[in-house]
Design a binder for this molecule. Structure first.
Ligand code: CA
Length: 225
């Protein structure tokens, strides 16, 4: 797994199956977690229900079009970075997309290296919007450099442990169920080992202290507020 996409969760909205499959495979190889939808309505629903680090959004979609999905996202003041995918002859769409709040665009047919370069650039800019570090009770997590410190001492976490900790640190005190954590770790349809989350929680407690993460029996896990 390469560094670039480690733990980044991407929603790919593309109705062209060949493009979607090619992109999905390539991005997974880069370490991104990729979920795919083929139409605007399910894209909008996914964006309401879950959190993504980046959206790759085709504009010409069946049902609700990409532009409409993007406008809905920005109306909710959701700043999730969005890269729109357009065809070479769709200049007005590209302009409309940027005006509607897209962060950048990619012209089809595209080179995969260009896609990943633009994704990194958009993610860097998004990270620069403020101090992205999360700090809570002696734990400091930097999502840009993927580093964690506990009481000032660097702690080495696996990619999955990092993702679990990041999810829990986003809202200290809030309980996340095993299923919610699995959603953060794996794409749709990916094989999930039944006790994977427990293993990561165990690893985090060993590295950060037994009390760093609490269990609410039968409900899930939380970081004490
Ligand atoms: Ca399309």
């Amino acid at each position: 797994m390469k560094f670039a996409g480690r733990n980044m969760r991407v929603l790919l909205v593309e109705d062209d199956q060949m493009i979607a499959q090619g992109l999905q495979t390539a991005l997974r190889q880069e370490g991104y977690t990729v979920d795919c939808t083929r139409d605007g309505n399910s894209a909008a629903a996914a964006l309401q229900a879950e959190r993504f680090d980046l959206v790759l959004l085709d504009l010409g979609l069946p049902g609700r079009d990409g532009l409409d999905v993007l406008r809905g996202l920005r109306r909710r003041a959701d700043a999730t970075p969005v890269l729109i995918l357009t065809a070479r002859d769709e200049l007005p769409d590209r302009v409309a997309g940027l005006d509607a709040g897209a962060d950048d665009y990619i012209v089809k047919p595209f080179d995969l290296d260009e896609v990943t370069a633009r994704m990194r650039s958009v993610l860097r800019r998004a990270a620069g919007r403020g101090d992205p570090c999360m700090q809570h009770r002696g734990i400091r997590l930097d999502p840009v450099t993927h580093s964690v410190e506990c009481d000032g001492t660097p702690v080495l976490l696996s990619a999955h442990e990092f993702a679990v900790l990041e999810a829990l640190l986003q809202r200290p005190g809030a309980v996340l169920s095993r299923a919610q954590l699995e959603d953060r770790l794996y794409g749709w349809g990916e094989e999930v080992e039944s006790n994977a989350v427990e293993v990561y929680i165990h690893g985090l407690r060993r590295k950060l202290g037994a009390d760093a993460i609490r269990t609410l029996r039968g409900v899930g896990y939380f970081i004490p507020a």
